[in-house]
Design a protein around this ligand. Structure first.
Ligand SMILES: O=C(O)CCC(=O)C(=O)O
Length: 313
C-alpha cells in the first residue's frame, strides 16, 4: 500500500526521541506507540458525513466513510476467499512456485501482517475466486454501486486501476508509524483508495487511524521531522476506522494515516482498490510498484474497462 514515502527520522531509536520529552510519564519502545499516545486524547471514530456529497468530504478532508458499500453476504464470501488465498499464496511463495512480488506487496510492520495481491478477471466463469471478486467490484463500482459514482465524479471513467489487494493484520501485528502513501503535491487528487472492511472492526483490532485535513505541505513537512511531528500529533484530531462488515473508508493517499496494532484475537481484513487520475503520470517505480499483481498492472485497466468486465457477469 505504501507507495513512496520519505521518512527523514526513521533511523532514530524511540528512546532517543524520548530524550527530548523527559516530562513524558511513559516510555515507548516504538515510535508508532509514542505517536498513538499523542493522538489518543483527540481521537474519535471515523463518522459518515451525510450532510454533503462524499466527493466533497474526500476533497476537503482527505478521507470519507461510506457505510454498506458491500453486502454482508459478499463480504463473508470474500473473507473466506481471502483466507484461502493467503494460505495458498504463502505456500506458493515458500515453495518457489510463484515470485513473492506476484503474490504480496511490501507493507510496513510485516510481522503478522500481509498486503495480499488479488487477481481480477483471471480464470474461467466457474473460477470461484474471480466470481466473488467480480461480484464485490460489481456491488462497489458497478451500476448503482456506492463507490463508483464518487470515483466518476473525482477521477472520471478513464481512471486507471492502480492497486487491487487485501490488507490482512492478524492478532499481534504492530501499529504502523503515521505516514502518507505518496509525497505531497499540489495537484488535484491523484489517487483514490477504497478500503472495504470484510468483518466488523472494533478498536482492539487495530483499525486504520486517519488524520483528516492533512493533505497539506505543512502536515507532510511535519510528519517528516520528528520534533515538528510530535507537536502536531499532540493536538491534531484523528479518527479510527472502526467499521462494520461491508463499510468502506475512502481516502486520498496523501492524507496521513496508519494501520493500528491488532491486540484482539481476530483477523482484520481490508479488501481494497486504488484508482489513478488518468491525466497524471503513474507514480509507481521499480522500488514502489503499488499493490497490484504485475499481470493485472500490465492490462492498464480503466474504471470503464472494469465495468465492461462486470457487465459480462
Ligand atoms: O492496515 C491498515 O489499516 C492501513 C495500512 C497502511 O496504511 C499501509 O500498509 O500503508
Amino acid at each position: 500500500m505504501r507507495l513512496l514515502v520519505v521518512f527523514f527520522g526513521i533511523g532514530l531509536a524511540a528512546d532517543k526521541v524520548l530524550a527530548f520529552h523527559t516530562s513524558m510519564p511513559q516510555t515507548f519502545e516504538k515510535r508508532a506507540d509514542l505517536e498513538q499516545s499523542y493522538l489518543l486524547p483527540n481521537q474519535s471514530d471515523l463518522q459518515m458525513d451525510t450532510t454533503r456529497p462524499f466527493a466533497d468530504t474526500l476533497r476537503s478532508r482527505g478521507v470519507a466513510r461510506v457505510d454498506n458499500g458491500l453486502s454482508y453476504d459478499t463480504s463473508i464470501k470474500l473473507q473466506s476467499l481471502i483466507d484461502e488465498t493467503l494460505e495458498s499464496s504463502i505456500d506458493e511463495v515458500e515453495n518457489f512456485r510463484a515470485p513473492r512480488n506476484f503474490r504480496f506487496a511490501n507493507v510496513l510492520e510485516k510481522a503478522n501482517r500481509w498486503d495480499l495481491l488479488l487477481p481480477f478477471d483471471e480464470g474461467s466463469i466457474e473460477d470461484r475466486s474471480s466470481d466473488v471478486l467480480l461480484q464485490a467490484m460489481s456491488e462497489l463500482v458497478g451500476n448503482g454501486g456506492k463507490i463508483g459514482h464518487i470515483l466518476d465524479e473525482i477521477l472520471g471513467e478513464d481512471a486507471i486501476l492502480y492497486e487491487f489487494a487485501c490488507l490482512i493484520s492478524d492478532p499481534g501485528s504492530s501499529r504502523q508509524e503515521i505516514h502518507p502513501d505518496i509525497v505531497f503535491s499540489n495537484d488535484k487528487i491523484p489517487l483514490i483508495a477504497c478500503f472495504v472492511s470484510l468483518q466488523d472492526i472494533d478498536a482492539s483490532m487495530g483499525p486504520t487511524v486517519f488524520i483528516p485535513d492533512t493533505v497539506t505541505a505543512d502536515a507532510h513537512e511535519r510528519i517528516n521531522n520528528e520534533n515538528l511531528a510530535d507537536e502536531m500529533l499532540q493536538c491534531i484530531p484523528s479518527c479510527i476506522s472502526t467499521l462494520g462488515t461491508g463499510d468502506c473508508s475512502l481516502y486520498n493517499p496523501m492524507v496521513l494515516h496508519a494501520g493500528g496494532g491488532n491486540v484482539s484475537d481476530r483477523r482484520r481484513r481490508l479488501f481494497y482498490f486504488t484508482f489513478l487520475d488518468p491525466s497524471l503520470q503513474d507514480p509507481s517505480s521499480h522500488v514502489n510498484p503499488g499493490s497490484i499483481n504485475p499481470v493485472l498492472k500490465q492490462k492498464n485497466m480503466t474504471l470503464k474497462d472494469v465495468r465492461e468486465v462486470l457487465n459480462t457477469m
